[in-house]
Design a protein around this ligand. Structure first.
Ligand code: F6P
Length: 360
């Protein structure tokens, strides 16, 4: 059998670990040939690929990013092409991708991605392509799996950085607002906020009020804690307010990029308290660097489960983790099902019971 792999959407620590493990398992255990398409679906359209072997993928297990490159712009079912007269038009070019796979003798396509990338994976499955999905995103916002790879690494990075913010905040009696990724899901802020001893955690699922944040800071002042750390998810909003849009990427299927809520909260808060306020947006630092050991292991488990699905010819599925065990779910059931933090959640309750404010 010949297997094609591609990585789509924003990069996440663990992509290389899946490529590494899948290449080894499919080569050694199942005697398959493996190629990797470059830049996600664009590589499939342009037939731009590299051969993957245990030798060519050696040394990448721990590395963040993806040796196959990625794009969060290319949807081959609605793809920007030249109409022949110099005009750019959107067109379904998925047949070109299918023809390219046939030409190269690719029997199975393994797609590593989040909701957007997996939507196209489902659409290729509907066209009769043998597809296996592997769930990736630092945001951990896919309902069909307990946890996506990349999330643990992001939580580690944010937690470590909260420690750094703590020492400078304390030294200057300042309030810091730390903006983290996650889009409309507060998982990164919730877990790293708890692990990193934040005083206030603001997530999109629980709209905040400034009064409540001020109340928490004043409570801390009253007991001699003259600094405070607020962690906020990029997609959070004030009660009755709107999320803050940082950038519109017009040629992306999902064009909105959040950004700026941390700076907004800092600006709104400063006149109301007796502290200088600073904001820090951790941004893409959260996706960079090495993959955490837990994400390396999770990625290897996903790769092994994906290889077994291929061997059993159970196509059209995504590998997933259910109650700690590897499982699979139809790609038809995966799409458009976001996993957000329920406002009444064990971790939210535990954090509240410890005195962490959610600004509500
Ligand atoms: O979905 C992953 C993610 O990192 C989000 O947390 C973030 O909002 C977005 O991607 C950033 O996208 P880009 O890489 O296009 O800036």
């Amino acid at each position: 059998m010949k297997i094609g792999i591609l990585t789509g959407g924003g990069d996440a620590p663990g992509l290389n670990a899946v490529i590494y493990a899948l290449t080894r398992i499919c080569t050694y255990k199942f005697n398959c040939e493996i190629i990797g398409y470059k830049f996600g679906y664009r590589g499939l359209y342009e037939n731009n690929f590299v051969t993957l072997t245990p030798q060519s993928t050696s040394g990448i297990l721990h590395k963040g990013g993806t040796i196959l490159f990625s794009s969060n712009k290319d949807n081959l079912f609605d793809y920007l092409v030249d109409d022949g007269n110099g005009n750019m038009i959107k067109k379904d070019v998925s047949d070109v991708a299918v023809a390219n796979m046939k030409k190269e003798g690719v029997d199975v396509l393994v797609v590593l991605g989040g909701d957007g990338t997996l939507t196209s994976a489902r659409d290729f499955a509907r066209k009769g392509v043998n597809v296996i999905g592997v769930p990736k995103t630092i945001d951990n916002d896919l309902a069909s799996t307990d946890v996506t790879f990349g999330f643990d690494s992001a939580v580690n990075i944010v937690t470590e950085n909260l420690g750094r913010i703590h020492t400078t905040a304390e030294s200057h009696n300042r309030v810091f607002v730390v903006e983290v990724m996650g889009r409309n899901a507060g998982w990164i802020a919730l877990l790293s906020g708890i692990a990193g001893s934040a005083d206030v955690i603001i997530i999109p699922e629980i709209p905040y009020s400034l009064d409540k944040i001020v109340e928490k800071i004043k409570q801390r002042d009253a007991v001699g804690k003259n600094f405070s750390i607020i962690v906020v998810t990029e997609g959070a909003k004030e009660k009755g307010g709107q999320a803050v849009i940082g950038k519109v990427v017009s040629d992306s299927p999902d064009p909105i990029r959040f950004g700026g809520i941390g700076a907004k909260i800092a600006q709104d808060l400063e006149p109301l308290i007796e502290h200088e306020v600073r904001s820090v947006a951790l941004g893409h630092i959260q996706r960079g660097g090495d993959t955490s050991p837990a994400d390396r292991i999770l990625s290897i488990r996903y790769a092994y489960a994906a290889a077994n699905l291929i061997a059993e010819k159970k196509f059209g599925n995504m590998v997933c983790l259910k109650n700690g065990r590897m499982d699979s779910v139809s790609l038809e059931e995966v799409i458009g099902k976001p996993k957000i933090v329920a406002p009444v959640n064990e971790l939210v309750n535990a954090a509240s019971a410890m005195g962490i404010s959610f600004g509500a």
